[in-house]
Design a protein around this ligand. Structure first.
Ligand code: ADP
Ligand SMILES: Cc1cn([C@H]2C[C@H](O)[C@@H](COP(=O)(O)O)O2)c(=O)[nH]c1=O
Length: 242
């Protein structure tokens, strides 16, 4: 991670330290940005809630409430009802809200964020496109936006924690959570998302992986998950997978 890039993001001005490319006060405060990745209902929010009790960690959950209500509209619900028509609408908004989270001022030495601008594009946009539910022109416009953003704005990620779960487990948990918009999600949808995650973060054959990956098996019950979080606490909080 370059402290210089982070400083620019935080301060938005070129201080003397920036000009001389040395660490300013922000460099000493900011240490680490961690993204928690995984399929729908794999346990990301639950994991973030657990770590939110640790001091010096800022937790950013996905802004799903915004995706369900932007000025009275529900792009998440619309997308599930008619992905071909509304996929671009939802994904454009998700890309914006993810960028906003990545760039928001950090209030603690460490930040844990649910998913990232990368998974929104490499997993969800890709899935809509590959399944024939996103028109070529929509995919092209979203890709142009994504490439411009990632080539022109520094989006620092130090570690990806991948909660690796079976699609069947996610399907069970999704039914239990019972979010209205997601009631129509079939197992096949979760299988497609799972495969895209595996290709990206495990096989590393599809897209650029922006940070080291720590894999945590997420099919276990809550008690066992907590044990795993404790076993991996040091790796996670040091922002490294070694
Ligand atoms: N390890 C677990 N075992 C059983 N149920 C879980 C576990 N982790 C989370 N859940 C439940 O599964 C549902 C989805 O979890 P959540 O953390 O919201 O997933 P995500 O944020 O990845 O979509 C919630 O109802 C949650 O209480
Ligand atoms: C990032 C992203 C998410 N979604 C959808 C998938 C789920 O229905 C919700 C997020 O819920 P989760 O429990 O946190 O997985 O949003 C999407 O359609 N596109 C995206 O890019």
């Amino acid at each position: 991670m370059s402290c210089y890039k982070l400083c620019e993001l935080q301060c938005c001005v070129r201080t003397t330290e920036h000009i001389n490319n040395i660490a300013c006060s922000y460099c000493y405060i900011l240490n680490c940005q961690i993204c928690i990745e995984g399929n729908i209902a794999s346990g990301k929010t639950t994991c973030l809630e657990y770590f939110s009790k640790t001091s010096n960690i800022e937790v950013l959950t996905e802004p799903v409430s915004k995706w369900r209500n932007v000025r009275g509209h529900n792009p998440l619900g619309l997308m599930y009802q008619d992905p071909t028509r509304w996929g671009i609408t939802l994904q454009t908004y998700i890309q914006l809200t993810m960028l906003d989270q990545h760039l928001s001022t950090i209030s603690a030495p460490m930040r844990m964020m649910e998913r990232s601008i990368y998974s929104a594009k490499y997993i969800f946009v890709e899935n809509l496109y590959r399944s024939g539910k996103m028109p070529d022109v929509d995919f092209a416009v979203l890709s142009e936006w994504f490439e411009w953003i990632t080539q022109n704005i520094a989006i620092p990620v130090d570690l990806i924690v991948y909660l690796q779960s079976s699609p069947q487990t996610c399907h069970e948990r999704l039914k239990e959570r019972c979010r209205e918009e997601e009631k129509i999600i079939p197992l096949e949808y979760l299988e497609a998302i799972h495969q895209l995650y595996e290709d990206w973060l495990i096989k590393k054959t599809s897209f650029n992986v922006p940070a080291p990956v720590l894999v945590i098996s997420a099919d276990d019950d809550l008690q066992k998950m907590i044990l795993q979080y404790e076993e991996n606490r040091e790796k996670i909080l040091s922002g490294t997978n070694v």
